[in-house]
Design a protein around this ligand. Structure first.
Ligand SMILES: [Zn+2]
Length: 177
């Protein structure tokens, strides 16, 4: 059980750090918590390269596992859950979040921190935070941002792979400010 939002963020960041240290994927971690109690439901890390699947961002893995664990494709139908991620979502994960039924999103590093080490984030609406809130999803940004960004920098320092697509969707996207 992780009562505070920073505890939850630090758990997601720890997952990202372990993924870097174990060279088991990209520098991203995410987890689903029950909003009120802080009970951990599911965790995910980036598995794109080892699993040979571009869909397997940490957020997607955590959401898929949480839905399986609670027994519903719609997390909102069975409780109140939040997605806590070491970094802000890319365009794919941003699109998946409203379909998942989560009530909240907590992010560590900013989209621009992720792009600063060479990853592309896709075509995100400039006003994505407001759009999320309009969907009824609470958004908290910059929670332990420095700690999350340190893991991104660690990945870069270790020469971690940039697994951006070769064409098409690798458009650099817009500033998420
Ligand atoms: Zn993503």
């Amino acid at each position: 059980v992780f009562p505070g939002v920073e505890d939850r963020a630090r758990y997601a960041i720890e997952l990202s750090r372990l993924n870097v240290e174990n060279a088991s994927g990209g520098p991203f971690g995410a987890a689903i918590f029950e909003s009120g109690t802080g009970r951990l439901v599911a965790a995910g890390v980036n598995m794109v390269v080892p699993a040979r699947c571009s869909l397997l961002h940490a957020e997607m893995v955590a959401l898929a596992l949480a839905q399986r664990i609670v027994g519903s494709h719609d997390l909102g139908a069975v409780g109140c859950f939040e997605l806590v991620a070491s970094s802000e979502p890319c365009a794919m994960c941003l699109g998946a979040i409203p379909w998942s039924g989560v009530a909240g999103l907590v992010c560590g590093a900013r989209d621009c921190d992720v792009r600063a080490i060479g990853f592309v984030e896709g075509l995100k609406p400039r006003q994505w935070v407001q759009e999320m809130r309009r969907c009824g999803i609470r958004v908290q940004r910059d929670v332990c941002r420095g700690e999350a960004d340190a893991v991104l920098k660690l990945y870069q320092a270790k020469g971690g792979a940039l697994y951006n697509a070769s064409t098409g969707s690798s458009a650099s996207g817009v500033e998420a400010t």
